[in-house]
Design a protein around this ligand. Structure first.
Ligand code: PLP
Length: 393
């Protein structure tokens, strides 16, 4: 017998939302929903008391996100992973979760500019005390940690000089003193470098870069031991820095080709770096994969590939750098990195804009530097583009 029709508004809201059978999709669908349905009060109670793996609310957890978080945890051999609305969302949430007023944070001065500003402009207002240390100071980590240091933040290779920090040494010093070490692995990606295996407590990345790899998703992530990640998760609920399910789906798709893409980024960047290193129009090439690079030894110890980022210097001269930059045809002039397409940026106009001469010297950054995020094009076409851009430079 036909079911009695309810009003059209009621029908359109409720019909077709459940009872469609349980298909087994090959890929995890986008769970485009803010909330999840319970059968009974008992089910809600079981959820609240941790006795069920149901979902409650997408700001807390969503299956599309969990699918990606599992991939990221496996990639880093971690107990837990979380994804965020951006790399900065991840950074802010990690710092808020693990710091309170009065705590000192030791931060490498050579980290992403947004991380520096977050600590120095915003978190200081809440009583957190950042102290920035040079790469030379970080080389002797026992000397940079004090009784009140609660957390240490660093990254390697460093933007844009591609200098490398001895990750294990810094992680060990932190572990001995009970300081939480957090490492930004965005430039290398977990395919080339495994910070947790090197002893770091938490590894974060801007998923906007290599993890997604197609320049069309903004996201971030963290991996680490369950207990440390759990407090970040509780803070993510409060700050609402969670990733959107659509973004998580795209990120999960990108991740499936990460090893293939990184192998190609590594090979293309090595070819570009070797071309630039033998070219007399270029004064310096910064790439840890070059045997002549000052950090080649340390990079070889802790990286299984050297990544897709190459920086070169044109006699420290701004006019030469802008001329070459403006002449690029195939390589696009754009900020960001880690996508399939090659991008060029001038650190003096982007990451190091507004820095004093002294700050630039401390960071090892010159006015003549050009940074290339080497993409997945044919290496010979990239080299041809750089060659023509360098003509009469
Ligand atoms: C090394 C590094 N960490 C963190 C971030 C911040 O990531 P997002 O832009 O996804 O917030 C960036 C962005 O450029 C970065 O390069």
């Amino acid at each position: 017998m036909a079911r009695q029709m309810k009003g059209p508004a009621t029908e359109l809201i409720h019909v077709g939302e459940s009872g469609l059978g349980v298909p087994v999709p090959l890929t995890t669908p986008i769970y485009e929903t803010t909330t999840f349905v319970f059968e009974s009060a008992q089910e809600v109670l079981d959820y609240n008391e941790g006795r069920s793996n149901k979902y409650l609310y997408s700001r807390y957890a969503n299956p599309t996100l969990v699918s990606v978080e599992r991939k990221l945890a496996v990639l880093d051999h971690a107990e837990s992973a979380l994804v965020f609305s951006s790399g900065m969302g991840a950074t802010a949430t990690i710092l808020m979760a693990h710091l309170k007023a009065g705590d000192e944070v030791v931060c490498s001065a050579a980290v992403y500019g947004g991380t520096l500003h977050l600590l120095d402009d915003l978190l200081v207002r809440y009583g957190i005390r950042p102290r920035f240390v040079s790469l030379a100071e970080l080389a002797d980590p026992d000397r940079v940690l004090t009784e009140s240091t609660r957390l240490l933040w660093f990254e390697s290779p460093v933007n844009p000089t591609m200098r490398c920090v001895d990750v294990r040494r810094v992680a060990d010093a932190c572990r001995t003193r009970g300081v939480v070490s957090v490492f930004d692995n965005t430039f290398a990606s977990p395919i080339n470098q495994q910070p947790l295996a090197l002893g770091v407590d938490l590894a974060m990345q801007s998923a906007t870069k290599y993890l997604n790899g197609h320049s069309d998703v903004t996201g971030g992530c963290v991996t680490g031991a369950a207990a440390l990640v759990r407090s970040v998760e509780m803070t993510r609920r409060l700050l609402g820095t969670v990733m959107d399910p659509q973004a998580a789906y795209a990120l999960g798709r990108g991740l499936k080709t990460l090893p293939l893409r990184i192998a190609r980024h590594n090979a293309n960047a090595q070819a570009v770096a070797e071309f630039l290193a033998q070219d007399r129009r270029v004064s310096t090439v910064c790439y840890p994969g070059l045997p002549s690079d000052q950090d080649h030894q340390i990079a070889t110890r802790q990286m299984s590939g050297f990544g897709g980022m190459v920086t070169f210097d044109l006699d420290e001269r701004y006019e030469r750098a802008t001329r070459v930059y403006d002449r690029l045809k195939l390589i696009k002039r754009a900020a960001s990195l880690g996508g399939v397409e090659s991008l060029a940026s001038l650190p003096i106009l982007t990451s190091h804009w507004g820095h004093s001469d002294e700050q630039l010297r401390a960071a090892g950054v010159t006015r003549g530097m050009v940074r290339i995020s080497v993409g997945l094009e044919d290496a010979k076409d990239l080299i041809e583009d750089l060659d023509q851009a360098l003509q009469n430079s």
